[in-house]
Design a protein around this ligand. Structure first.
Ligand SMILES: Nc1ncnc2c1ncn2[C@@H]1O[C@H](COP(=O)(O)OP(=O)(O)O)[C@@H](O)[C@H]1O
Ligand SMILES: O=C(CO)[C@@H](O)[C@H](O)COP(=O)(O)O
Length: 465
């Protein structure tokens, strides 16, 4: 029995799955947490990977792939040491740098045409500008910039050649997914000079063997990819499927044959891990809005869930804007959250819990609309990520999205996608893995919840403009 492994090194933790290469059946899995914060020494990802893989988890594995949170800036000096902790996708300090870069290139349309995406603080290119402006000494030492998954793959393979894939590269802001090329002019614009970038491997290219102390011998390391691209691969998405992932970030994305270039900046025109494209909308506030809501009410996630389900649709008039960590879509990095519509009659824990779930989902329903506005067909919504484990989320989602919501059985779809990439790289052909079980959730739409949310969002937007 040939085994393959997939790693998901996401914002809050590392998950590792080991699956059969022929059927995709789950054999074993491991996990470890990452420290809190929006900057982190990449060494923590490495120790989390070793810890998730301890007790022989990877013994007998023939190939491994790594998927990780997108966009993080891992800046290395000439000796391959990090010059500072990695700045993560959810670190908003480069928001001014993003706005400056948009202006300097000639506006949002120029960026959409160049790289498919209008930079916001999440993109690596804006973090390079921030580094150049705020930390000149560190900046002078930078020889190479990698993404989190590139760095982990490089460590796994003994720090030889650094490789990436077109999916993760497309989230840098200095790689054009439609042309399949880096854009040295944009690196110079952002950083004042060019820096080394990893080679972009072909989809499913088999890489070298694992060469790292603390791990067993594994013959093939695939190129890896960004976590959203890996989830698309793990779910084997088809035309018409839109994935909504409720992790630390909220994302809505689809795999398409044509590249997108949205000058409004809502839809990022990423590439996927298979040679296609992955238009994607990302919010900064998803599952952690639920944990913050539960903490505010002084209850655990299960009780929070029960409270939300006990309140009527619309939370008796409460509307929650979930911008607890600022927001990326809409681009309001300095925004804060808000609860509107409070009265003596409706200010009760069930309504607050319900409003938090509804508000978080409304942000993702806007994301699905933005994809549709770019011509992405929406025939099925697939709900995944930690937040999809909440029963309240699963039952309220069809009311907010106004359509059937399909929830695949709980699982680690990012790590699964990385494992599938590894199996594909090993065999040279697509593995025919069994489709995963899924449950359809239906409910009558409640459009007034989205109408109230839209009014609150626009009122906040005009207040900060
Ligand atoms: N039953 C649940 N209800 C609500 N949130 C949950 C539940 N289970 C997990 N979560 C949340 O999901 C998040 C982790 O989801 P995950 O998709 O693994 O995120 P990431 O990939 O960003 O690390 C955590 O914030 C966790 O609190
Ligand atoms: O920035 C994005 C997508 O553009 C995020 O989706 C990150 O890739 C982090 O993902 P999670 O930790 O939420 O899975």
């Amino acid at each position: 029995m040939t085994l393959v492994a997939g790693v998901d090194s996401s914002t809050q933790g590392t998950k590792v799955v080991v699956r059969r290469a022929d059927t995709g059946a789950l054999v074993r899995e491991g996990r470890a947490k990452h420290p809190e914060g929006t900057e982190i020494d990449p060494e923590h990802w490495w120790t989390a990977l070793l810890s998730a893989a301890e007790s022989g988890l990877l013994d007998g594995v023939a190939a491994i792939g790594v998927a990780a949170q997108q966009h993080g800036m891992v800046a290395l000096d000439g000796d391959g040491r990090v010059v500072r902790p990695a700045l993560l996708w959810n670190d908003t300090r480069s928001a001014t740098a993003a706005a400056d870069l948009v202006t300097e290139l000639g506006g949002p349309k120029a960026w959409a045409e160049a790289v498919g995406t209008v930079p916001v603080a999440s993109l690596t290119v804006t973090k390079l500008r921030w580094l150049a402006e705020h930390e000149p000494d560190n900046s002078r030492r930078v020889e190479r910039v990698l993404l989190p998954h590139d760095w982990l793959t490089w460590r796994l393979t003994g720090c030889g050649e650094a490789v990436t894939d077109r999916g993760d590269a497309s989230g840098t802001g200095y790689y054009a997914p439609d042309r399949g090329e880096y854009c040295p002019d944009l690196l110079r614009l952002a950083f004042g000079r060019e820096v080394g970038t990893p080679r972009v491997a072909a989809p499913f290219e088999p890489g070298p063997a694992v060469d790292a102390t603390g791990l067993p011998p594994i013959g093939v390391v695939s190129a890896g990819t960004g976590d959203n691209m890996a989830a698309a691969l793990g779910l084997d998405v088809r035309p018409g499927d839109v994935v909504v992932s409720l992790g630390t970030s909220g994302t809505a994305f689809a795999a398409t044959d044509a590249a997108t270039a949205d000058p409004s900046g809502q839809v990022a025109g990423f590439a996927d891990a298979t040679g296609r494209f992955l238009p994607l909308v990302c919010t900064l506030n998803a599952a952690r809005a639920l944990t913050a809501g539960a903490a505010m009410l002084g209850v655990g996630l299960e009780e929070f869930d029960a409270l939300a389900r006990s309140a009527p649709a619309g939370a008796q008039g409460l509307t929650f804007l979930p911008y607890l960590d600022g927001e990326r879509t809409p681009n309001l990095p300095d925004a804060t959250g808000r609860i509107d519509g409070m009265t003596r009659a409706n200010l009760a824990p069930p309504n607050i819990a319900r409003a938090v779930v509804e508000g978080m989902l409304c942000g993702l329903a806007d994301a699905v609309d933005a994809l549709a506005g770019e011509g992405v067909p929406v025939r099925r919504i697939l709900l995944i990520g930690g937040g999809a484990r909440s029963r309240a989320v699963r039952t309220i989602a069809p009311q907010i999205f106004g359509r059937t919501v399909t929830v695949p059985e709980p699982g680690e779809y990012v790590a699964d996608g990385a494992a599938r990439q590894a199996a594909w790289a090993l065999a040279g052909t697509a593995p025919a893995w069994e489709p995963r079980l899924a449950e359809d959730h239906e409910a009558a739409p409640v459009p007034e919840v989205r109408d109230r949310y839209a009014a609150a969002r626009e009122s906040l937007r005009s207040a900060v403009a």
